[in-house]
Design a protein around this ligand. Sequence first.
Ligand code: ADP
Ligand code: MG
Length: 468
Amino acid sequence: MRELLPETSRMDGSLPPERPTLWTAVLERLRNSTPDYAYQNWFVQVREVEEEERRLVLGVPNLFVRDWILDHYGDVLRKAIHSVAQRVLDVEFVIDPRCGTEPSSRQVAEPLGPDGVELHVLDATQERSRAKLREQFTFDNFVVGPSNQLAAAAAMAVADEPGKVYNPLFIYGGTGLGKTHLLHAVGNRIQQRDPSARILYTSSESYLNEFLHLVRRGRMEDFRKKYREDVDVLMMDDIQVLKKAQETQNELFFTFNDLHDAGKAIIFTSDLHPNELQGIEARLRSRFASGLTADVYEPPFEVRVAILKRKAEVEHLQLPDEVAQFVAGAFSRNVRELEGALTKIAAHASLTKRPLTLPYAEEILRDSLPPKQALSIEHIQKVVARYFDLDVSDLTGKKRTRPIARARAVAMYFCRKLVPGASFPVIGQRFGNKHHTTVMSAVDNVAAERDDASFARVLEELERQILA
Ligand code: ADP
Ligand code: MG
């Protein structure tokens, strides 16, 4: 541990200068090696929380920021850290409330677009390689469960008949739950069938930056040609990034109309349902919702296990069942984290050449486990009963009045979602010996009803209370 000078020892009474951290130096490097908007929008929100010999812990305001950085600037970040630190480091992220503000309330990009400074726009060859679809992100590698069934089925349908069904398709949900994967899966499938199909995948951030760049140079024609004419399938990821970017939204509105009228397929993803996207023009929101909206949410335990197994299979890893179950039990909210944990244990095991056993996996992941949420069925029953102003005995009893049946179904849904190992029969038993098929249909109904935005908000609030 390095020590700070005690404040009293400073003769002039001023505050000590902030200790230069490894991250400060990395930031400096990033400032020079990334486009200004990337630096301003993303990296400045990150702060260093802890630095050890082999570990660097970085704080971010929320998971979205972390995922965005890893998805878009992962390599740049790794290189910058490596070249500053000159040693091998495990980099971990934690949510730190002291970091930046919510990105959703931020005015991303437009006001930050550096005036007069060359924006980083890729040249044509880079652009082509950038639009390349990720080969691994196929339907084959996508595990379907109740949490993504509708989205996956709709995506598949669009891939089979682009422009003919669900146009546009709008997929929304939290970070790390497979939205980008589904877009690429659609692209890959169409491309496979028809190599000449002009498929354009773009992040909304690059759409926005390209728009600003070309507008400034008076090259709108190039932009329009690319997005309105030379396209059979347009996929725009993370549309919430366009919040408050009015000109860009305006352009997108006309792009949408052109493509839609021409029967070209359009797919959007976002963190929220169109109705909830504040800062996006109403006419655009109503276009977003005019086809099919489908949400993705956190996968249940079995699906998490299946995802791990599928990933292990793709990467030719030996993954014992008990290790898969342990990891699936420990990381429940985000598939990216789940995969990160698997990658980490695989890397350690292959370096040390030790067999991947449960105790070894526990040892490797000890420091990165999310705080334990000792969630039990009783706990969920209590919180749900309190929320609906009922007694726990109502939930476990036999009464079937509508409010009670509904609260019971919601409680069952959360048990299934949040309690590791809570199978349908186990839940049934704990709710006064209900048949497992009763539990199954209750859980399915609640999941289906999430399409209703106000009900979805109730569920979110309840989940927050359960996890609090
Ligand atoms: P999002 O775009 O929703 O933030 P991604 O599509 O980037 O999430 O998914 C994060 C990671 O999790 C990716 O590596 C993706 O392949 C994986 N993933 C997410 N959902 C699934 C799933 N159902 N089956 C297999 N892999 C998944
Ligand atoms: Mg994504």
